[in-house]
Design a protein around this ligand. Structure first.
Ligand SMILES: Cc1cc2nc3c(=O)[nH]c(=O)nc-3n(C[C@H](O)[C@H](O)[C@H](O)COP(=O)(O)OP(=O)(O)OC[C@H]3O[C@@H](n4cnc5c(N)ncnc54)[C@H](O)[C@@H]3O)c2cc1C
Length: 495
């Protein structure tokens, strides 16, 4: 672990000249006419953008925030914004003993050694400051702590009203502190001076995202081109690329088959702008899946593929199960997702049957009185389905499962008692852990010499390597919040 950190420190200290790359870069332009000017330009309007903007605006910095979509907030407004905080007022009030070491262990376990330690520590050590700052800007948190999967103690606070309410409060604070905002304004290119310092961006105003295009970044020509100048810095708070099927299929072919619950604007265009001027691409092949229902309940049912055959042990975490599902679909050469089936006993045994009921009300899960109805609805071969269910139930009786499920965990579940409940098992790519590499002050480093690209910062999900193999639940928000504030503080050093 320490070796990884030492490596970054060591390479960051060396100076390798990079003029060849910079002089070849068409972004280095002279005599540009600028249409707008601000101290800091922030690209994106999610939680990382807003917290950074709020901190800067509070410190009297002139900030212009731009957003390419008509609606502000990216994935941040879709999120429930559970927020892991070390030693929050709520943890102290509840007498919960937490520590830097405990939190770090949890992050390292999820990250499986791919997470950069310095960023894990940045999140842990600054989470409470970020939470307090968000509160001071008007964000409201429930008076309770959540004990979420992968965390060794209850440490996650719940944002009242979720991401929508959080962004609304931060936006109001930002505007009240003279912040400026433009939507439907898309950053297209980073502008550098002759020394490689980032001095602005080229944008299109009145840009209209087109959901019907296969690749909006490449095909959409809408809008009017303008140049914006940043006196101090440009901050990319542009989120991930989970909606960019073309790009994610290149960085990891398996991701081609995943669904995505993300905002439509989660494409790779902004990432490519940073890569074009020398940013370091980090861990782009990694993924983080969501699953539609709590994965701990899957153990009470069976999952069958498009041929109505069972193919895995349903007991697993969402990363593991999602990867197995996608691998199986690849093997069958199908784009059809498997079906999860519970009988009435499995349904009743789930951790929270009321929550399962809410999936039926929401239309995600369907209830069937007969197997015929279920098979027809999901276009499954009834005889094969019956065989799969019978084999599973025989396995329960003989205490031997063909996919080695630990049957002692599933109490008295069966697979034959109507009514039946079923839903599609579609792994959803909700978060892309890869992005550009930034130091702990969120300065984007150059691939040739690992030195900061002057004037360029990246925060939140736009950065890579922070979480590693699997992002721990409720840890994107502290990442977004602490990176936004770290970036703002670094910019303020130059004021
Ligand atoms: C359904 C769901 C639930 C979640 N729940 C949680 C949770 O409870 N806890 C947790 O920790 N995490 C959660 N997450 C993850 C977390 O919400 C996100 O990782 C986080 O909000 C990302 O914030 P961000 O500011 O980095 O990016 P975003 O909020 O995605 O904002 C990026 C913005 O940049 C804009 N943009 C991109 N390119 C350009 C461009 N070229 N020009 C102008 N604008 C551009 C985008 O349109 C977007 O609005 C959830 C995610 C989802 C999808």
């Amino acid at each position: 672990m320490l070796n990884r950190r030492n490596f970054i420190k060591a390479v960051a200290g060396t100076t390798i000249a990079v003029p060849s790359i910079l002089s070849a870069n068409e972004s280095v332009k002279k005599d540009i006419k600028f249409d707008e000017i601000a101290d800091v330009i922030i690209v994106g309007s999610g939680v990382s953008a807003h917290i950074c903007a709020a901190y800067l605006a509070k410190n009297k910095v002139d900030v212009l925030m731009i957003e390419k979509m008509d609606r502000m907030g990216g994935n941040s407004v879709l999120s429930q914004q559970d927020f892991a905080v070390l030693n929050s007022d709520l943890q102290i009030k509840a007498g919960i003993k937490d520590s830097e070491e405990l939190f770090l262990n949890d992050l390292n376990k999820a990250g499986a050694g791919y997470n950069h330690l310095e960023h894990s520590l940045r999140i842990i050590r600054n989470s409470n400051e970020a939470y307090e700052f968000a509160k001071s800007c008007g964000v409201k948190y429930a008076d309770k702590l959540k004990f979420l999967g992968g965390h060794s103690v209850a440490r996650s606070v719940e944002t009242i009203g979720g991401g929508g309410a959080c962004i609304k409060a931060l936006h109001e604070f930002f505007l009240a502190n003279r912040g400026r905002f433009k939507n439907e304004t898309k950053s297209d290119e980073i502008i550098q001076d002759e020394n490689g310092k980032v001095i602005g961006i080229s944008v299109r105003e009145n840009y209209r995202f087109d959901r019907n295009l296969a690749n909006d970044d490449r095909q959409n020509l809408s809008g009017v081109k303008k140049n914006y100048k940043a006196r101090l810095a440009v901050v990319f708070a542009t989120g991930g690329f989970s909606r960019d099927v073309e790009f994610r299929s290149i960085v990891n072919p398996r991701l081609r088959l995943a669904k995505s619950p993300s905002s439509l604007g989660q494409t790779s265009g902004a990432l490519k702008q940073m890569l074009k001027i020398g940013a370091i691409p980090t861990q782009l092949a990694l993924s983080r899946f969501s699953f539609g229902i709590p994965t701990e309940d899957l153990i009470y049912g069976i999952m069958v593929d498009v041929n109505a055959k069972r193919f895995l042990n349903e007991d697993g975490d969402r990363q593991g199960l999602s990867n197995k599902i996608l691998a199986h679909m690849e093997k069958l050469n199908t784009t059809s997702y498997p079906t999860i089936i519970f009988d009435s006993t499995g349904f009743a045994n789930s951790h929270d049957p009321n929550r399962m009921q809410s999936f039926i009300i929401a239309g995600k899960m369907k209830k069937f009185d007969t197997l015929d109805e279920l098979a027809n609805h999901f276009k499954l071969n009834k005889d094969e389905l019956l065989k799969s269910m019978q084999t599973y139930e025989d396995g329960i009786k003989n205490n031997k499962d063909e996919f080695k499920k630990d049957l002692s965990k599933i109490k008295n579940s069966s697979m034959s008692k109507a009514p039946f409940y079923a839903m599609t098992a579609a792994p959803g790519l909700s978060y892309t852990p890869g992005g550009v590499y930034a130091d702990i002050n969120m300065r984007v480093l150059h691939i040739s010499n690992y030195e900061p690209i002057k004037g360029l910062y990246a925060v939140g999900e736009a950065t890579g390597g922070v979480h590693g193999q699997a992002r721990l639940t409720s840890c994107s928000i502290p990442d977004c919040m602490t990176s936004g504030i770290a970036c703002a503080k670094d910019i303020l050093k130059g004021v």
